[in-house]
Design a protein around this ligand. Sequence first.
Ligand SMILES: [Zn+2]
Length: 65
Amino acid sequence: MTQRYPGEPVDLPLDNWLYEAKPKANCPRCASEEVKLESAAKSGDAKARFEAARNIRQCPHSSAG
Ligand SMILES: [Zn+2]
C-alpha cells in the first residue's frame, strides 16, 4: 500500500530550472542564445530569457568544427 500525504509542501526550484541553461562550448547556436539570455536577464525580459534558456536546452549542439 502506498501512503499519500496530501497538502505536503513541495519546494521545487521550478523557476530556476526554467531559466537554467548549459550552453556547450564551441556550439555556435548556444553562443548566440547565451548572448540573448544575458541581455534578456539584464533588461529583465523574463519571456525572452526563458525562451533563450529553452533554446539552449533543446539545442542539438552541432559543432561547427
Ligand atoms: Zn548547442
